[in-house]
Structures are given as C-alpha cells and as structure tokens.
Design a protein around this ligand. Structure first.
Ligand code: GDP
Ligand code: MN
Length: 352
C-alpha cells in the first residue's frame, strides 16, 4: 500500500524525523500557517513538481488561486482530496535517501545520492548502495557521498530513526527525495514516499486513505455500465447481484466498510469516474456504524468536484438518515426508498 505524502510524513514525525512545518488542507479550508507556503497536491504518484502539482505561494490571493486550481487539477488520473501546505524551505541542497527491502540478499538496502530532487531518475551513476541494520548504520559513507563529512553524527541519528521507522511500520520502501539541507544548515525530509507491506496489515491498525478502498474495492468489468457503492460485504455482493438481475453490467464491487468517512467515499468516486462506460452509480447504504450524513456529504462534494459524474441512484437507511435527507434535499439529489427503485431508475437511465 502506497501512502500519500502527508500520511508518510506523519509516520516520519512519529519516528522523530524532521519534516517541514505543515498542515493538511481540505477543500475550502484556509491554512493557519504564515506565508510564503508550498502547496502540494496529495496524489499517490511521483513527479508532481514537474507536472504542476507543487505551487509556491506568497500572497493570500495566490494561495486562493493555487488551492482552487490544485483541487481540480488531475495528475496522472488522480485528483487530490487533500493538499499539504508547508513552510517554504530555503534550500541549499537537495539530497536523495531511500530504504528498500533487498529480497535477494534478504536485508534492507540504503540508497543515497548527492543530487536529489526532481531529476534524480536521470542519474544513472553516483548512487551509493549499502546494507543497513539497526546495529550497523553506514553514516560515514553517506556523509561522504553527500560531501558533508562533518555532519556524520547528524546523519547517523537521522538514519537510525529512518530504519526504526521502516521496521516498526513494516515498510517495503521509504524514499526521502529531496532530503533538504537548508541554508541555515538543517536537514529536513521535504518529500516522503512510503510503501507498507500489505501482508502485514493484520498486525496493524492502519487508517490511511488507501487502506479502506484498496482492500474492499474490486473491479468486476471495465466495460460495466453501473458502479456500486455499498456498506458491508454482504450488502455489497447483494447489490452487485441485483444489478446483474436487472440486466445491467456492474463495473465494480465496493464495500465502504463501517468507518467510512467523507474522504474514503471521495476516493471511491475518484476510482469510479475513471471507468469509461459507467452511466449510473448505485449507492446502497444500510447504516449502522456508517453514518448516512457522512455519505451524503461525500456525495455532495463529489457532485461539485466531478462535473461529469454519472447520475446517482441512492438508497440510504439507518444512522443519521434524517440529517442526510436534509442535506440532499437542498441539492436536488433524489433519494429512493428501496434498492429496487434505484435499479429500475438506473435501468431506465441506461436504456434512454
Ligand atoms: P515531487 O515532484 O512529487 O517529487 O514533489 P517534491 O515534494 O519532491 O517537490 C518537488 C520539488 O519542488 C523539490 O525537489 C524542490 O525543488 C521543490 N520544492 C518543494 N518544496 C520546496 C520548498 O519548501 N522550498 C523550495 N524552494 N522548493 C521546494
Ligand atoms: Mn519528491
């Protein structure tokens, strides 16, 4: 599972590693941090800088324009649900550092390069690759390749925290690119990519944006015309079956689970709008732990964010139904009383 940058940075912070002062921003929320700021699109892909997903803003006007633009800006098929606003660093140098599992050697490999940043992939040579363990931290060599011999003790502390973070979280990759040396001599993890080992999920209580959806989202048929969102595996399967029974082709299975939040439901919409043939979305929620109003909020937000969203056919029941019905009543998004009613309307929509 690939974490978003802000999630990766939370893990680094918990391990005592230095990251820029930052704040996660949702749509229509202001940052409390002082300007200038760096605004970073939180999408699960690299190369955001080159593609326009990183903006430096110095005035409130620039801030407003950049956030608006970034929230609607697709990067390799992903639109962000969050932005990360961070203090602008005064950069002296950009370095590269990563830890990965070397399956052949059965150990953890450290990779370092003196020229990190957005062009690091172009560097074919100059990488230092060494085994690293908690007991054996090759700080001297890393300091040397960074041309920072005098900072070897600092680099040792940083690498120790990094490998402890890697092990404690059962990561398969931690990449810091760039590790920034600031003009006032601080070493700061300015960007972070972390992949966690899905096979270790049962040992952890992970709540990341990717967790819920990746685990419970299955593509059934890319040519499918109906997307489904339901809660609980049983209800989700029954919803898919009912779509088939009404002569339509389901595109996906999705169980949004018990703790569905606006963010996790938005992630589901994001995946659904990427399907080429979907002409109707059926939402079937029997809310216990899930809250109908959370789902309603996500639906309203999704309508705003995806102007081409296919028509929604929604049946909600259970916890906070009234609040959800009130929210939706203000927006002209109709509710259906039964799944049957949803299916009949969806079927009409598709054959129209
Ligand atoms: P990526 O392109 O997805 O890897 O995103 P990064 O977070 O690595 O940012 C890309 C580039 O933007 C970095 O290599 C820096 O050159 C630049 N950048 C990011 N944060 C800052 C900052 O705080 N100050 C300055 N001056 N540049 C930054
Ligand atoms: Mn980067």
């Amino acid at each position: 599972m690939l974490l978003l940058e802000y999630e990766a940075k939370h893990l680094l912070q918990a391990a005592g590693l230095p990251t820029p002062k930052g704040e996660v921003i949702e749509k229509a929320r202001q940052s409390n941090l002082p300007l200038p700021l760096v605004l970073k699109s939180q999408v699960p892909v690299g190369g955001r800088g080159k593609l326009g997903g990183i903006r430096i803003v110095s005035t409130t006007d620039e801030y407003t324009k950049a956030t608006e633009s970034l929230f609607n800006f697709q990067i390799k098929g992903h639109t962000p649900i969050h932005l990360l606003a961070e203090e602008k660093l005064a950069i002296e140098r950009e370095l590269y550092l990563s830890l990965t599992i070397d399956r052949e050697a059965g150990d953890i490999k450290l990779l370092a390069h003196a020229a990190g940043g957005i062009e690091v992939e172009a560097n074919r040579s100059g990488f230092l690759s060494l085994s690293i363990t908690e007991e054996h931290i090759p700080a001297k060599q890393v300091a040397e390749i960074f041309d920072m011999e005098e900072r070897s003790p600092d680099i040792k502390r940083l690498l120790r925290k990094l490998i402890l973070c890697f092990i404690a979280n059962e990561a398969t990759l931690i990449e810091i690119n760039p590790l920034v040396l600031t003009t006032d001599g601080r070493l700061i993890c300015a960007d972070a990519k972390i992949e966690l080992d899905d096979a270790a999920a049962f040992r952890h209580d992970w709540h990341f944006e990717a967790t819920q959806i990746e685990a419970n989202f299955v593509t059934i048929d890319l040519k499918g015309t109906v997307a489904t969102i339901a809660n609980g595996a049983g209800l989700a399967m029954a919803t898919v079956d009912a779509v088939y029974d009404h002569g339509m082709l389901p595109a996906n299975f999705l169980d949004i689970g018990g703790g569905a939040t606006t963010a996790s439901v938005m992630t589901a919409f994001e995946r659904i709008v990427a399907y080429p043939n979907v002409r109707a979305i059926i939402i079937n929620i029997f809310a216990g732990i899930t809250k109908c109003d959370e789902v309603a909020k996500a639906v309203i937000e999704a309508k705003g964010r995806f102007p081409d969203l296919p028509p929604l056919f929604i049946r909600l029941a259970g916890t906070n139904y009234d609040a959800a019905a009130n929210l939706l009543a203000d927006t002209n998004i109709p509710l259906h009383n039964t799944l049957e009613a949803c299916l009949q309307s969806a079927s009409k929509e598709i054959s129209s």
